[in-house]
Design a binder for this molecule. Sequence first.
Ligand SMILES: NC(=O)c1ccc[n+]([C@@H]2O[C@H](COP(=O)([O-])OP(=O)(O)OC[C@H]3O[C@@H](n4cnc5c(N)ncnc54)[C@H](OP(=O)(O)O)[C@@H]3O)[C@@H](O)[C@H]2O)c1
Length: 292
Amino acid sequence: MNYYKWIDSNGFSLKGKTVALSGATGGIGSILCDYIAYLGANILCLDRNAEKSNALIEKLKIKYPNLSAKHITLDLEKFDNVKNVCKQLKEIDIDYLVLNAGAYKIPRYKCDTGYNNVFQINFISPYFLARELSSQIIKKGGRVVAVSSIAHNYSKIDIKDIDFSDKKASSKVYGNAKRFLTLSLFSYFNSKNVLSIVHPGITLTNITAHFPKLVFALIKYPMKVIFMSAKKASLCILYGLFDRTQTGEWIGPRLLNIWGLPRKKQLKTFTYCELICSKEISNKIYDKLTKD
Ligand SMILES: NC(=O)c1ccc[n+]([C@@H]2O[C@H](COP(=O)([O-])OP(=O)(O)OC[C@H]3O[C@@H](n4cnc5c(N)ncnc54)[C@H](OP(=O)(O)O)[C@@H]3O)[C@@H](O)[C@H]2O)c1
């Protein structure tokens, strides 16, 4: 499949627009950067690893000599850094914010916000960035694109254990953070016409390569055959820049949420009560973080 042809038919030029993208160095992020550069936007790569991020930018500039791209150091585990990046992005006046960075099975510890790092990387920091930058993005008619996951479905919000620190399974801890991200952004952006909740289905990247070495050696090739390529899965994230989602909708692969080209669908996995509960909790977290 020619992905650029698909982008030409389903998207639009981003010339003159500025896209800030977290996790640009990742499997999906680096492909998204290529697609976004193809569409002519300026790119801000929000990454924790400056060397990797700058190497990516250099590579992109060889393919797209007119590209304007810059690295900004963003470590989602360090909240002071997240606040600082917010300030910088407010001055740059971005059009699109793509909240793509994520982490799944990593050693867990309590971060500076008091919540565990998986919750902070996948929910608290991206949620804070989205809220802080929302008014300028709304003014510019841009989009906040938040990358969720089918793993959001592995858990329900637990008010007694907000970040799932008492739970062992990585799938649940990660899924809970993605669930918070999705539901809290639904509530916050309700009818503001600026949000795209997207997900890539399943594709082989670092985040899905979390199995023990021997197991991974055995399943790596079958996984490559069974699941979509990262190039195809990334189209579901890119499509979030072209469309938008209302509360209770998301964009992802059309077949069983795992295979195929992007399609907007109803997300029927949460209740109204859970939506309100996530809203109250995320508002409290945001208020506390803005006061600190
Ligand atoms: N692949 C899938 O099947 C799948 C399925 C569902 C959802 N997703 C979501 O898709 C998004 C992209 O994932 P991917 O598949 O491209 O995984 P990936 O290759 O592991 O990329 C993850 C990206 O997030 C960055 N990141 C991790 N921790 C960070 C931190 N503390 N601060 C700043 N950046 C951090 C990584 O930076 P480094 O390069 O420095 O490590 C990397 O750029 C994630 O949100 C993920 O949850 C992926």
